[in-house]
Design a binder for this molecule. Structure first.
Ligand SMILES: Cc1cc2nc3c(=O)[nH]c(=O)nc-3n(C[C@H](O)[C@H](O)[C@H](O)COP(=O)(O)OP(=O)(O)OC[C@H]3O[C@@H](n4cnc5c(N)ncnc54)[C@H](O)[C@@H]3O)c2cc1C
Length: 477
C-alpha cells in the first residue's frame, strides 16, 4: 500500500487556495481527518453549528473529486490518535492549515511532541491570511499596532497569491478507518430551539456559496462606500461566515476583487473600500498573533482597573435582547436568528453594553462568541476592545454611540428595527415573530417594549463620570 498524504482538517474547508490540501495530495492518496476534540467543543454553539455545515459540504465536495471518499471524522484528541495511525500507515508528515490562535498552537505543540518519537513532523501551511505575519513590520521592526500604516504596508507589499485549485480527480486513501457518520452528527446539541432558527435564517454555507456571494457583491460594489453602514439595506458582502471557517480565502477575495476593479472601473472605489475592510480582519489577526491575550486582557493594561459594573440583571436583559433600546435589541435578535449582525449595529450594541451599562467588554465578547456563526477570535476581540476604548487604535472613550441617533441616520425608515422587533410598530415581520418562538420558554418572551427614554442620557452621564473617575486615578489620558 502506498503511504497516504494526511490532511489534519481544522479550518479551511475549501478546494481552492488550500496549500495544506495540495501538499497532502502531493504526498500520496488523500486521507482527510477531522477531530471532534475539546477545542472544537469549547467553541460557541452557533459557530460549532456553522462548522458542522462547513464540514458536511466540504465532505460532499471531496467525495465528488475522490470517487466517494470523504472526511474521516473521529471523536478525541488528534495528538492521541493520529501518531499511531501515521505509524501504522508509514506516514512521515502531517499537513495542517495554520490558524494561529493560542489554543491551536498549544494543540500543534502537543502534536509535534507526539510525532517526534516517530521521526515524523507537522507541516503548517498558509492560506488563512493575506500575508505571513512576519512579512510586514513597522519601522522599528515590530508588529504594527495602528491600522492605517499596517494597511498601507500590506497594500504596498501586495498579498500573497492564491495557490492552485485542487485537481479535479484526487486519489483517495482506501484504508478502512471507520469514523463517525456525518449525516447524524450534531456538534451543537446545546442550541436547543435556536437550531431551528439558524437552519431557517442563516446564510447559505459552503465554498460555492462563498464564491457566488463574492461575485454577486462585486456586481454591486459601487454602492458599498455609501451604503455599507445601513443595516436596512443589503449592501455588504456577507462573507464573514465563510471567512470564519475558511470556505474562501482572503487571498482569493483579494485576487478576484482586484481583477474585477480592473475590468469594471465603475466599481473600483467600492472595491477599494471593501478591501480596506478585509484588511481590518487581517490587522486583527496580526494583532492576535503579536498579543495572544487579546481575547482576555485589555490591550492597554491600565484599563484592567476600570470600574466595570457587576450588574447581572442588566447583562441578562442585554443578552436576551430586552434592553428596551430598539436598535440594540434588533441587532441582538438578528444575531440570535441568523448568527450574524450588521457591523454598524455591532458597534452600537457593544457601546451600549460597555458605556451605557458599564459592563466589562469580556461579557459581551463571550456572548457574541456563543451566538455568532461568523465568530472569529481575532476580529471579535479587536472590535470589542476598540468599542470599549481599551484596545490598540481604539475609539476614544468619550465616543459613546447614541442608539437613537444611529437609528435615525442608518435605519431612517425603521425597516431594520421593524424586521427584528415584534412590537416596534404595527407590522411585525416573520423574523420578529420567529425570534419569539425561538427563545427558551423560561424567558417568557412577549412583544418588544421600549424602555424609558431617560436611560439614554443617564447612561451617557454615568459613563462619562466613570471615565472622569478612572482618569483621575490612573495614567490614562
Ligand atoms: C463588537 C464587534 C464584534 C465583532 N465580531 C466579529 C467576529 O466575531 N467575526 C467577524 O468576522 N467580524 C466581527 N466583527 C466585524 C464586522 O462586524 C463583521 O466582519 C462584518 O459585519 C461582517 O459582515 P460582512 O461580511 O458583510 O462585511 P463586509 O462589510 O462585506 O466586509 C468584508 C469583510 O471584511 C472584514 N471586516 C469588515 N469589518 C470588519 C471589522 N470591523 N473588523 C474586522 N474585520 C472586518 C470581514 O472579514 C468581512 O467579511 C465585529 C465587529 C464588532 C463591532
Amino acid at each position: 500500500m502506498t503511504a497516504p498524504g494526511i490532511l489534519w482538517l481544522t479550518r479551511d474547508f475549501r478546494l481552492r487556495d488550500n496549500p495544506a490540501l495540495l501538499a497532502a495530495i502531493a504526498d500520496g492518496p488523500l486521507l482527510t481527518v477531522f477531530f471532534i476534540d475539546r477545542l472544537t467543543m469549547a467553541q460557541g454553539a452557533a459557530s460549532r453549528w456553522r462548522l458542522e455545515r462547513a464540514l458536511r459540504i466540504f465532505d460532499a465536495a471531496l467525495r465528488v473529486r475522490t470517487g466517494g471518499k470523504g472526511i474521516v471524522v473521529l471523536r478525541g484528541e488528534a495528538h492521541e490518535i493520529l501518531p499511531a495511525l501515521m505509524k501504522r500507515l508509514s506516514v512521515r508528515q502531517l499537513h495542517q492549515s495554520d490558524w494561529p490562535t493560542v489554543e491551536m498552537q498549544a494543540l500543534q505543540d502537543r502534536m509535534r511532541a507526539a510525532l517526534r518519537p516517530l521521526g515524523a513532523g507537522l507541516i503548517l501551511h498558509p492560506g488563512h491570511l493575506l500575508v505571513h505575519p512576519g512579512a510586514v513590520r513597522s519601522g522599528n521592526g515590530g508588529a504594527y499596532r495602528v491600522y492605517s500604516p499596517f494597511a498601507r504596508a500590506v497594500r504596498q507589499r501586495g498579498p500573497d497569491r492564491p495557490a492552485a485549485d485542487a485537481p479535479p480527480g484526487i486519489e483517495p486513501c482506501t484504508e478502512p478507518l471507520g469514523g463517525l457518520d456525518l449525516s447524524t452528527l450534531d456538534l451543537a446539541p446545546d442550541l436547543h430551539r435556536g437550531r431551528a432558527a439558524l437552519e431557517r435564517f442563516a446564510a447559505p454555507a459552503g465554498e460555492e456559496a462563498a464564491l457566488a456571494g463574492l461575485d454577486d457583491f462585486l456586481d454591486r460594489a459601487c454602492a458599498y462606500p455609501r451604503e455599507r453602514d445601513r443595516p436596512d439595506l443589503d449592501a455588504t458582502s456577507r462573507l464573514s461566515d465563510h471567512l470564519a471557517v475558511g470556505e474562501i480565502s482572503p487571498r482569493t477575495i483579494w485576487a478576484r476583487a482586484m481583477l474585477r476593479a480592473e475590468i469594471s472601473p465603475e466599481h473600483a472605489a467600492g472595491i477599494d473600500k471593501f478591501l480596506s475592510e478585509v484588511l481590518w480582519r487581517e490587522f486583527s489577526w496580526h494583532l492576535l498573533i503579536g498579543f495572544p491575550e487579546m481575547p482576555v486582557a485589555c490591550w492597554r493594561s491600565e484599563w484592567e482597573g476600570f470600574p466595570w459594573q457587576k450588574d447581572g440583571a442588566s447583562l441578562i436583559r442585554w443578552q436576551r435582547a430586552e434592553t428596551g433600546v430598539a436598535l440594540v435589541d434588533a441587532g441582538l435578535r438578528e444575531m440570535w436568528l441568523t448568527g450574524q449582525m450588521h457591523n454598524r449595529v455591532r458597534m452600537v450594541v457593544a457601546s451600549w453594553l460597555t458605556k451605557h451599562l458599564l459592563i466589562d467588554w469580556r461579557a459581551g465578547l463571550a456572548h457574541f462568541a456563543d451566538c455568532l456563526t461568523d465568530w472569529d477570535p481575532a476580529s471579535n476581540a479587536m472590535n470589542w476592545q476598540w468599542v470599549a476604548g481599551c484596545g490598540p487604535d481604539a475609539a476614544p472613550y468619550f465616543r459613546i454611540f447614541n442608539p437613537e441617533r444611529q437609528a435615525e441616520q442608518y435605519d431612517p425608515r425603521g425597516d431594520y428595527r421593524r424586521r427584528w422587533l415584534a412590537g416596534f410598530d404595527r407590522a411585525a415581520g416573520p423574523e420578529a415573530v420567529a425570534w419569539i418562538e425561538s427563545t427558551p420558554r423560561d424567558w417568557h418572551t412577549g412583544p418588544w417594549r421600549a424602555g424609558p427614554s431617560a436611560m439614554l442620557a443617564e447612561g451617557r452621564k454615568a459613563a462619562l463620570a466613570a471615565l472622569a473617575h478612572f482618569r483621575a486615578n490612573t495614567s490614562e489620558t
